[in-house]
Design a binder for this molecule. Structure first.
Ligand SMILES: NC(=O)c1ccc[n+]([C@@H]2O[C@H](COP(=O)([O-])OP(=O)(O)OC[C@H]3O[C@@H](n4cnc5c(N)ncnc54)[C@H](O)[C@@H]3O)[C@@H](O)[C@H]2O)c1
Length: 440
């Protein structure tokens, strides 16, 4: 059993901290956001993630998991310190690592004995060396530590399962002692024979970016294929299905849609492209994926405009789904943001509904109307657009929706509606990469 401190109690820090406590370690999750820590102490979980609440509660009750805003104290008590703070995009498209370096400084000042310092945040290649320097500059030279890069691959919407059953664990450790500490932290995964990839620090940092950028590239690829399908009379659904049956391709991330979003792919692709450019080896494929994604966002707006005879002015649009994917209330970089922005810029009014993200979206848009159900959102609407593939949208009562809407027009950017049912109900619709019906 190790004493673990996780600094940064966001999506990654909270899920990782709770998961590691479930592995049997004593974990303190700390954050400078005192209100977040106060609500966690109160038993309130600040994010929506399936299974997280029970995981946290179980480990709090077992006294393996606690929360604090006293960062130095928690560092002093730890054998292993995880850094899980945010690394948002700066104005030039690079990752802003100032929070990571600030934490490194605090770690240095609080270093009271040997510890393993481990970065889970997604950081540009070379950041690990900067963290080591920052700790050394602020600590007593007689106190030793080791540094590990341990990138996190969990997906929001399936974060608990991904953390506790990962496809692989990457440990960038250059000392055997640190690697052994990490093996201890992840002991249950070793028992389950989860593959562990042991690398140097830079390789571990690169694995994270290379993986995320590849997935973003795969999404942009199928989106572009879908766009071509529309023009040549092919059905992308069947194309993706047949492609996915090829073991070399796999069916995952072959679902065309409105373009990727979220807190990772947009910033990580840009950060990798910018690092590659600076290294003198521009990544043309990734730049292509970034451009294609931005085009996909605006293509969805264009599709909706065409369905509405060329103008949004004075129209009421129901936006169904706000989070960037189902299973989470995270709206960061969600494609729904670019859709709503375009609608408002072109003088439409928006009636939005998301099963869990209405409140989070109020931070981006205070001037739209938030509704409590699909049926409230579509009432008197001139058109509806599905932006997130929540399961409840798959089983909507289409005839009821038609009777509620002012004009029965649907844009399904996630391809989740049954086109035959839309046809039979007399709905004008479009989707991505499949047959559409644009005349009433
Ligand atoms: N969200 C994901 O799905 C995901 C998946 C894998 C990796 N990552 C990476 O993990 C990192 C964290 O992402 P996130 O989505 O959890 O971020 P987040 O914004 O949800 O959480 C970051 C937390 O760090 C806290 N923080 C900031 N500075 C601090 C400091 N000096 N001391 C203590 N706490 C501080 C913030 O208050 C916040 O609670 C990022 O680098 C991200 O790219 C995210």
């Amino acid at each position: 059993m190790k004493n673990i401190t996780v600094i940064g109690t966001g999506y990654v820090g909270l899920v990782s901290g709770a998961g590691i406590s479930d592995f049997g370690h004593a974990v303190s999750c700390v954050d400078i956001d005192e209100s977040k820590i106060a609500s966690l102490k109160n038993g309130d979980i600040p994010i929506y993630e399936q299974g997280l609440e029970s995981l946290v509660k179980r480990n709090v009750v077992a006294k393996r998991l606690s929360f604090s805003s006293d960062v130095p104290n928690a560092i002093e008590a730890a054998d292993v310190v995880f850094i899980a703070v945010g690394t948002p995009q700066d104005e030039n498209g690079n990752a802003d690592i100032s929070a990571v370096l600030k934490v490194a400084e605090t770690i240095g000042l609080s270093l009271n004995g040997y510890k393993v310092i481990c970065t889970k945040s997604t950081v540009p290649i070379g950041t690990g060396r900067k963290v080591i320097e920052a700790i050394k500059e602020n600590s007593d030279a007689s106190v030793s530590f080791d540094y590990v890069s341990n990138p996190e691959f969990l997906r929001e919407g399936a974060a608990v399962r991904d953390f506790t059953h990962p496809d692989r664990v990457v440990i960038g450790a250059e000392s055997q002692k640190a690697f052994d500490f990490m093996k201890d932290v992840y002991h249950p995964l070793y028992v389950n024979e989860t593959p562990v990839i042991h690398t140097n620090i830079e390789t571990a940092e690169m694995i994270k970016y290379a993986s995320n950028a590849f997935l973003a590239l795969k999404i942009s690829y199928i989106n572009e294929i879908a766009n071509v399908c529309e023009e040549v009379g092919a059905d992308v659904f069947k194309v993706a299905q047949a492609m996915g049956l090829d073991g070399r391709i796999s069916p995952k991330f072959l679902h065309p849609g409105p373009g990727y979003g979220g807190s990772c792919f947009p910033k990580d692709t840009k950060a990798l492209a910018s690092q590659a450019e600076a290294a003198g080896v521009p990544l043309k494929t990734i730049q292509g994926a970034i451009d294609a994604n931005s085009h996909q966002h605006s293509r969805m707006v264009d599709k909706l405009r065409i369905l509405l005879d060329g103008s949004f002015e004075g129209k009421t649009i129901a936006v169904l789904g706000l989070s960037f994917k189902p299973g989470t209330d995270d709206v960061r970089e969600s494609p729904s943001i670019s859709m709503i922005t375009a609608l408002l810029n072109e003088s439409a009014s928006v009636q939005a509904y998301d099963p869990v993200s209405n409140e989070n979206m109020t931070k981006f848009f205070s001037n739209i109307s938030y509704k409590n159900s699909v049926y409230d959102a579509v009432k008197d609407a001139d058109a509806a657009v599905i932006m997130t593939d929540w399961n409840e949208f798959r089983s909507m009562d289409i005839p009821r929706i038609k009777s509620l809407m002012k004009t029965p027009i649907f844009l399904d950017t996630r391809n989740i509606l049954n086109t035959s049912e839309l046809e039979d109900t007399g709905i004008v619709y479009d989707n991505v990469g499949r047959k559409r019906r644009t005349d009433s």
